[in-house]
Design a protein around this ligand. Sequence first.
Ligand code: DQA
Length: 149
Amino acid sequence: MTDIKNIKKKYLIIHGPNLNLLGIREPKIYGTTSLADINIKLNEFADNNSIELEIIQSNSEGAIIDALHNGMNKVIGVVINPGAYTHYSLAIFDAVAACGLPVIEVHLSNIYSREEFRRHSVIAPACIGQITGLGWYGYILGLEALIRS
Ligand code: DQA
């Protein structure tokens, strides 16, 4: 018989476009930590907090939307860094709103201290919160907020 206490709560992490290049990509802005290393830190956090993670990275808008749809019956919360889609993807905004899950938007850099076009998120209004400018640790804070909410 399945012991209900041993069923781990599952969360989805979505890394959007160009984040596969972390560590190499504009290190002065995004830091030197690779995506693989961020995912190791996230999995360590998950183990220490007895939660399960599904982590995906995609450069395509449709795959990000599919991941949100697929998460609907599988996970209880989402941390998403939509990359540049943040600033114009109404389709991802709709998917975040439609999935009915608590979603936290994360950015490694402080989008409000950068170019004008980055200072607006079309996705944030569908999220329960946004963490920006705290580097990879923003993902951990996002998960922590979901666990405690
Ligand atoms: C980013 C900020 C976006 O403006 C940019 O397009 C990215 C990364 C961040 O994590 O700081 O790709 O989402």
